[in-house]
Design a protein around this ligand. Structure first.
Ligand SMILES: NC(=O)c1ccc[n+]([C@@H]2O[C@H](COP(=O)([O-])OP(=O)(O)OC[C@H]3O[C@@H](n4cnc5c(N)ncnc54)[C@H](O)[C@@H]3O)[C@@H](O)[C@H]2O)c1
Length: 448
């Protein structure tokens, strides 16, 4: 059974089901299909499946032209889970959010496992890609399948964990050329996982177990969360001390070894950095271990939108204005630059906080046409001279590349730049950076 599967993977002749066609699953499905395998793309969202069958992409990193080439040939989007019966391999890419009490919500994984049990035939390789706590692959997939069927992992089915590292919007690194870590529950499982993933990815990093692979992903994202937390805290400290934190970071970044720059911002967003470390600290508590770094970073980062709110209050105060009734134009609502993802976006939290204080708000985002604010749908306004002149304050919440920041600074009365997007404009007297300093960084010419 194992040799047959290996042969199919090596010959690019397998049937692979990718379950969950979002930011992670769709680029993965496209990559596998491009290498000749037949891919059943399975999603519960009829809207997404219809869009894919109409060859219209909803993920910026996947071009609709690519779908035109593949859909109907090697890529077959469907909402019908019975295709799992036909699959040599199944990759699971469903969401792993937190619930209201900030504990892991594994219900999406459980729902997929239920469908796998219903349809799976012997000799299938299953790979979990969703980010999750160490132990998930064994506890929620291996044990559940073994308890509810006669199949045994490593004999009747094969099981791996391979965390997705994709960085949406990254022009250099994509699904194909980002090294991918993979661990199996047995050596045979790992061998098969490496064979399949090696047939469409450039560089694999096999590790000894699914637990290690799960922990690798959480280390990576915890590392980011903690370092961003450190630099955010340093920003609050520099604000008190009257030091320009951006200049400090740029100067520190000239050290050619032993230092890696992280930048402050209005808070962290997306489906990964704010959530993933919480998966780890939740699991660690079961081992009577309290993760102080994770909790501290989450606390510091989670409070940044409120710090931004207080700085906005101070900036308006200096102009003898209040947040109430101030005309505030937010530039960018996506959680990071050059993408359209609004999940956990700190800009939206700041928007809400300002709204609660009675500000008159509008936003411009070249990647986001609208967002839902309670019952209301808010639309992006055009970035015109009039819109900038009308604003009591322009808040740069996301540093999208297509925005003309010179035009913004030239036409707005006051700009509050939470991302240092105006760094390369040189000194601009009407621009205040996150941390409270004016934009007058003499190192602005250094391109970090
Ligand atoms: N977005 C990122 O940058 C990124 C990067 C690395 C890892 N991850 C991880 O990858 C996983 C997926 O994230 P994403 O950003 O692609 O999420 P997403 O919300 O963009 O996509 C998930 C897809 O799964 C579908 N889905 C939900 N329940 C389903 C079910 N029972 N059966 C089939 N489909 C179902 C949804 O309709 C959606 O299309 C998460 O665990 C996330 O932490 C995300």
């Amino acid at each position: 059974m194992k040799e047959q599967l290996k042969q199919k993977f090596a010959n690019h002749d397998a049937k692979v089901a990718v379950v969950g066609l979002g930011y992670v699953g769709l680029p993965l499905a496209v990559e596998i299909a491009e290498q000749g395998h037949i891919v059943h793309g399975v999603d519960v969202s009829t809207e997404k499946v219809d869009s894919l069958n109409n060859k219209e992409s909803y993920v910026l990193d996947v071009k609709s032209e690519k779908l035109s080439e593949l859909v109907g040939r090697n890529l077959l989007p469907t909402t019908d889970f019975s295709v799992l019966a036909d699959a040599d391999a199944i990759s699971i890419c469903v969401p792993t959010p937190l619930n209201k009490t900030k504990d892991p919500d594994a219900s999406y994984i459980n729902a997929v496992v239920e469908q796998i049990i219903k349809h799976m035939t012997s000799g299938t390789l299953i790979v979990l890609e969703s980010t999750t706590y160490p132990g998930t692959t064994e506890e929620l997939i291996k044990h559940v399948i073994e308890e509810q069927t006669s199949f045994k992992a490593g004999e009747d089915f094969f099981l791996c964990f391979s965390p997705e590292r994709v960085d949406p919007g990254n022009k250099e690194f994509n699904t194909k050329n980002t090294p991918k870590v993979i661990g199996g529950v047995t050596p045979d499982c790992l061998e098969l996982g490496v064979e399949l993933y090696g047939s469409f990815l450039e560089n694999l990093v096999p590790v000894s177990s699914t637990n290690v692979a799960e922990m690798v992903k959480l280390l990576e994202n915890t590392f980011r969360s903690v370092n961003i937390g450190l630099v955010n805290e340093l920003t609050l400290m520099c604000d008190r001390m009257g030091i320009n934190v951006w200049e400090v970071i740029d100067a520190a970044a000239t050290k050619p070894f032993g230092y890696m720059p992280f930048y402050p911002g209005p808070g962290i967003g997306g489906h990964c950095i704010p959530l993933d470390p919480m998966y780890l600290s939740w699991k660690a508590k079961m081992f009577d271990f309290y993760n102080r770094f994770i909790e501290l970073a989450s606390d510091v980062n989670g409070n940044m939108p409120r710090y931004v709110l207080s700085q906005i209050g101070d900036i308006l105060n200096d102009q003898e204005k209040s947040i109430k009734n101030a005309n505030i134009l937010m530039l960018g609502v996506a959680y990071k630059k050059d993408i359209d993802d609004l999940r956990e976006s700190p800009a939206l939290e700041i928007y809400k906080l300002l709204e609660e204080k009675g500000a008159a708000l509008s936003f411009h985002d070249p990647f986001v046409e609208t967002f839902r604010n309670g019952d209301e749908v808010v639309s992006s306004v055009e970035l015109t001279k009039e819109a900038l002149e009308k604003a009591d304050l322009v808040v740069i919440a996301t540093n999208h590349t297509p925005v003309d920041y010179q035009f913004v600074v030239d036409n707005a009365s006051v700009v509050y730049d939470t991302r240092n997007a105006t760094k390369h404009l040189g000194e601009s007297k009407n621009t205040i950076l996150l941390g409270g300093e004016q934009n007058e960084n003499p190192l602005a010419h250094l391109n970090y």
